[in-house]
Design a protein around this ligand. Structure first.
Ligand SMILES: [Zn+2]
Length: 322
């Protein structure tokens, strides 16, 4: 399990890899983590299960803080208000209270520094780790999702497009009111769920699911018919090509499993739709007639797309009943 180190809404105040703005630093150095805005004494949580391997005692640049190690690397949490109560060798759980944010060490305001190192000790962008985690959880290929976010925002949590797409996953708020686009943790979780639902809709077809993320489902399947790729907006075609370039989807068992999984999701969704037929415009009498005639099952099999299914069923009624 991987959790955000602060309660939502989380805001990034300095991204990974940006040159530090502090003028007294010669030469300027790359920022090896992510700075997150924190209220004074705001609780900080361990992102992941691990073992405490270091506790900073307030003397260095990190001030007070704690480092944990797990199977794949280590997390650094820094600039706490006082020495954390943790000791080296202690096991910690994801979501457990690590300490309280302040501005101890080399810091110009209270905030949390979140750092991630891989198993070789090399700094990595913590948001990459969260993106892969959420992708795997949602049944989305993590390599594809990584490249998708690179394409959307270049991993910039402050990205804002002319079309009002906001944040790291370039979410347009008027279409997606239930996510905080400026919170990269919330956005990455939401975007992987959205991709998962697009994959169920496209029956595991990544180009179509990515196309829907970029251009909307209506451009990829207008009027219930899959549009040929050549008719997609040029920007969307480039988007899909770039993301899938170098990602050999067909070659891995992992991907085959993902496709099978999204097909299963799709079948579940169709079964739920059948149950909701009444609510979607079929009367009980119509539904009973359909079931007796076997047409319901036939149409369900023939039409993976629900809009087309209902259109055809109503047409069948017009032709065969009354
Ligand atoms: Zn920092």
């Amino acid at each position: 399990m991987l959790v955000a180190p602060l309660l939502a809404p989380v805001r990034v105040t300095q991204t990974f890899g940006n040159y530090n703005q502090q003028l007294y630093r010669r030469p300027p150095h790359r920022h090896k983590g992510l700075d997150l805005r924190a209220a004074l004494r705001q609780p900080v949580f361990f992102p992941e299960d691990g073992v405490v391997v270091h506790v900073w005692n307030g003397a260095g640049a990190f001030g007070y803080g704690v480092r944990t190690r797990d199977d794949n690397g280590s997390w650094n949490l820094a600039h706490f208000d006082e020495r954390p109560r943790w000791e080296e060798g202690q096991h910690v759980r994801a979501g457990a209270l690590a300490g309280y944010a302040d501005s101890s060490g080399n810091s110009t305001g209270h905030h949390l520094h979140l750092g991630r190192r891989d198993s070789n000790g090399a700094p990595v962008n913590p948001l990459h780790v969260y993106a892969r985690y959420h992708a795997v959880r949602a049944g989305v290929d993590p390599d594809v999702f990584h490249r998708q976010i690179a394409m959307e925002s270049g991993w910039n949590p402050w990205a804002h497009s002319w079309a009002d797409a906001q944040g790291i996953a370039q979410i347009i708020p008027r279409w997606h009111p239930n996510v905080d686009p400026w919170d990269p943790f919330d956005s990455l979780r939401y975007a992987t769920n959205l991709m998962s639902s697009h994959l169920a809709w496209s029956n595991g077809d990544y180009p179509r699911a990515l196309g829907a993320y970029n251009a909307g489902k209506g451009r990829i399947r207008p009027l219930g018919v899959w549009a040929p790729r050549a008719t997609w907006p040029r920007e969307t075609r480039n988007y899909v090509t770039w993301i899938l370039k170098g990602v050999d989807l067909a070659s891995t068992d992992e991907h085959a499993a993902l496709v099978a999984d999204s097909k299963r999701n799709h079948e579940k969704k169709m079964a739920a739709l059948a149950q909701q037929a009444t609510a979607l415009g079929l009367t009980v009498r119509m539904r009973a007639t359909l079931e007796r005639s076997g047409v319901w099952e036939t149409y369900k099999r023939a039409h993976p797309d629900d809009a087309q299914l209902y259109t055809d069923i109503h047409q069948w009624f017009a032709d065969n009943v009354d």
